[in-house]
Design a protein around this ligand. Sequence first.
Ligand SMILES: [Zn+2]
Length: 656
Amino acid sequence: MKSLWDDAEAARFGGPLGPRVYTSRLLGRDKSLVLHGGGNTSVKLRERNLFGEDEDVLYVKGSGWDLETIEPAGFTPVALGHVRRLAGLRSLPDPQMVNELNTHMLRAGAPSPSVETILHAILPHPYVDHTHADAVLAVSNAPQGDKRIRDIYGERVVVIPYIMAGFDLAAHCAREFPKQATGNCIGMVLLSHGIFSFGADARESYERMIELVSMAEEYLQKKQAWHFKLPHTQPAHAKREEIAQLRRVIADQAGMPLILKTNENEKFMGFARHPDIERLSQKGPATPDHVIRTKPLPMLGRDVTGYAKKYREYFERQAPHAKDKKTMLDAAPRMVLDPQLGFAAAGRTARDAAIVEDLYDHTIDVILRAEALGGWRAVSERDLFDIEYWDLEQAKLRKAGSPPVFTGEVALVTGAASGIGRACVESFLARGAAVIALDVNPAIETLWPRVDVLGVTCDLTDAKAIESSLDLGVRRFGGIDMLVLNAGIFPSSQPIQEIAAQTWKGTMAVNVEANLMLMQRCHPLLKLALRGGRIVVIGSKNVPAPGPGAAAYSASKAALNQLARVAALEWAKDGIRINSLHPNAVYDTALWTDEVLASRAKAYNLTVEQYRKNNLLKQEVSSRDVAELAAEMCGPLFAKTTAAQVPVDGGNERVV
Ligand SMILES: [Zn+2]
């Protein structure tokens, strides 16, 4: 492991917290050190208060911040003297510890200080860095991990046995550190949890972390435990209906919609098909910290009922040992290892699922390296339970408000790169959905660089392209719950006698047939939606009130409208509802350039402003207005409505 320190880069981080911010980010950049909010750092500064007195202040990473992207505001100042005194108490329940930390912050509105704050306070060095380094976990999770760690580091680190994070761990370290630490000590290893380094300045503390973790890596290499081989396998390309089926069963068990992200890369597939997978995967996580997101164990295969039964037994075994009464969490798995699917991660959001996948990706490294040292071990079931059902976590659950309405659900939007389609993506994202965004324009692939959008270039008149887009979408999110049929073309105005066969066929191909193909292929997926499948058809005012010169367009939209009505009849029994909306005069789309608008307005003898609002309500209709209605049509407001046709046109005399 190499130090990423760069003088020029470091110089850009000014202010008293600058160096602290910089090296925290350096730690965050290396995923084998910290993952997703894991790890924390601090600095002790002396500051003058309003009365001219000097105070010792501990700036420690606040909850909700990631080291990789932390800013000065992500460090919470707490009164160092008070926090240090807490470590000397004989006991302190964790909720009370959190209260003490929160009431001794020195900046109102700062994030809650890390639950590991007391640990930072008791270490007698200005800069303290803490990671959950993979290499250190691999060594300490091997047989005689304790002895191995001492062999590697000698006097350079203090070694602490596994104790759950919180007050007890901090108090234990406060007693143990002065006893063990010699003049050569530059760090502290918490077995099966992680490692601390410290120093007089940010660089020293950071580079000691790199040095200490490198020593564990070198040890693994020396013991032939660094490189591991997995059985070479080919992806099985499970059918998308199988994936959607599994997602549905997991969601049923969880009692809420979930995203299911599958990954059949060589590593996951090889691990899922490992001859010893049963033993390797059923011991627990690499570090108990993961358990909140991953649950203690992955599910092997697809027997969700069997998994839930075992989870309930685990709860019933462990709950009586807890200090206070615990409420059981849902019994659905968050990780799946399956010889056909590879690995699947379940999460409330696409981000949650991606985090679970990342955690397990690193867990496989830790498991296989510890295994190569003579046998992988995890902490006990009791320890896992203590973290999963920690008072602080249970309190968070009780406090959590209701999430956005489409959380855990997946919407597919066609024609998503511009205009109404693009606005639809935004409206569904704002309501918590993950979105598969299709467009014939390749720009779609980079329009939304975020984990909850999958942009796919797709020509909807090509059945194969539809197939592969759906495969990609289902592998990424697990299924499709909502379908927004938006893509359409508007050929240039022509009287009927001049319409070329090509124009007519081309319009029908995109506006009707493509939607039929997509509906047919989405039907088995929509049927599996936990809250029932939903389809929204972006129709047109031309359905109820066609215009001269637009025969191909009007006829195609009318055909699509009729298709939707029949779908409402045929698919109601499958719990799928389908509604249409008919927009008119939506001018903030690519179709309507300033020149086109100006010339159309002139043709009606109106100003552009008048032309834009030329409807009964004298209101301009925007893409966003249409998109918001489309999203609402998939929500609870329209839960009992199917086959509706709703105009969104500001009121049109011909439609009325
Ligand atoms: Zn930790």
